[in-house]
Design a protein around this ligand. Structure first.
Ligand code: ZN
Length: 264
């Protein structure tokens, strides 16, 4: 069997375990069904997710020009506190920015490699947590726009990590933590403008189960630019990573916009 097309991040479906899908133009693949099987990944070229041209991918699946110009790659994406649509101030495209920024956002704690703080649109829960490989997550506040979420995250960043250590996450080296207790203890850190959205009594801890047969002891990333052809036996899926028996891990996210052939 062969599947061919542009890589985009895997679609997920919550379940026990989580289900993962690779979606191509004319076909899709339930990746869970490949567990324990050999597969081969071959790099074939680039296709920008924004302009569809066969240009080298710069970041987030976009070619350089699209990344620098597209409204969906502004600085406020990675730094929510820079959001300005609530003030009617444009970054690259105010209509787009209003649509994305002026909707409910969640600030959360997630346990991936340690307890980390993050921001996501309400509609992206629990997708965002799955993509990070969190084993547990809990919302801290839900606020009406991206700016308020951003300033809350900034206030909490001094006390929590804001990045996942992907090696630890993939090796499942996760410390014990009580996120409900943790959330209750951080109310005083939340900015004044956001205090009204904090509800200590909510019980909405989310636990996530990944399809992994065996966690690796050591991990090494597959880089399609350097190794355009790779074969291995799939031993797990966590976050947006495929984990192979020999410890090779393939971050689908990093290679969005790459055209690949997957042979089973
Ligand atoms: Zn492009």
């Amino acid at each position: 069997m062969q599947y061919e097309g542009v890589l985009t991040k895997m679609q997920t479906e919550i379940g026990n375990p989580i289900q993962y899908y690779l979606i191509f133009e004319n076909s899709f693949l339930n990746v869970n069904q490949l567990l324990g099987k050999e597969l081969e990944i071959t790099f074939q070229g680039y296709q920008c997710l924004n302009c569809n041209k066969k240009k080298k991918i710069f970041r987030q699946g976009f070619c350089y020009d699209c990344f620098m110009g597209s409204a969906s790659a502004g600085d406020w994406i990675m730094k929510p506190e820079l959001s300005t649509a609530h003030l009617d101030i444009e970054d690259r495209d105010l209509v787009y920015e209003k649509k994305v920024q002026l909707q409910p956002h969640i600030v959360y704690l997630a346990l991936s490699s340690e307890v980390k703080v993050g921001v996501t649109r309400g509609s992206q829960v629990p997708t965002r947590w799955i993509d990070q490989g969190a084993v547990q997550a809990i919302p801290i506040v839900e606020v009406p726009n991206r700016y308020l979420a951003g300033i809350t995250e900034v206030a909490l960043k001094n006390h929590y990590a804001d990045k996942t250590n992907w090696q630890k996450m993939l090796k499942n080296e996760v410390p014990a933590a009580d996120l409900i207790k943790e959330r209750a203890s951080l109310k005083y850190l939340i900015p004044k403008e956001v205090q009204e959205y904090f509800d200590i009594n909510k019980n909405d801890l989310c636990e996530l189960q990944y399809p992994v047969l065996q966690y690796p002891k050591k991990v090494a990333s597959l880089n399609l630019d350097k190794s355009p052809n790779f074969s291995g036996k799939l031993s797990g899926i966590k976050g947006q990573y495929l984990i192979f028996e020999d410890g090779t891990v393939f971050n689908i996210r990093t290679f969005e916009g790459y055209v690949v052939k997957i042979s089973l």
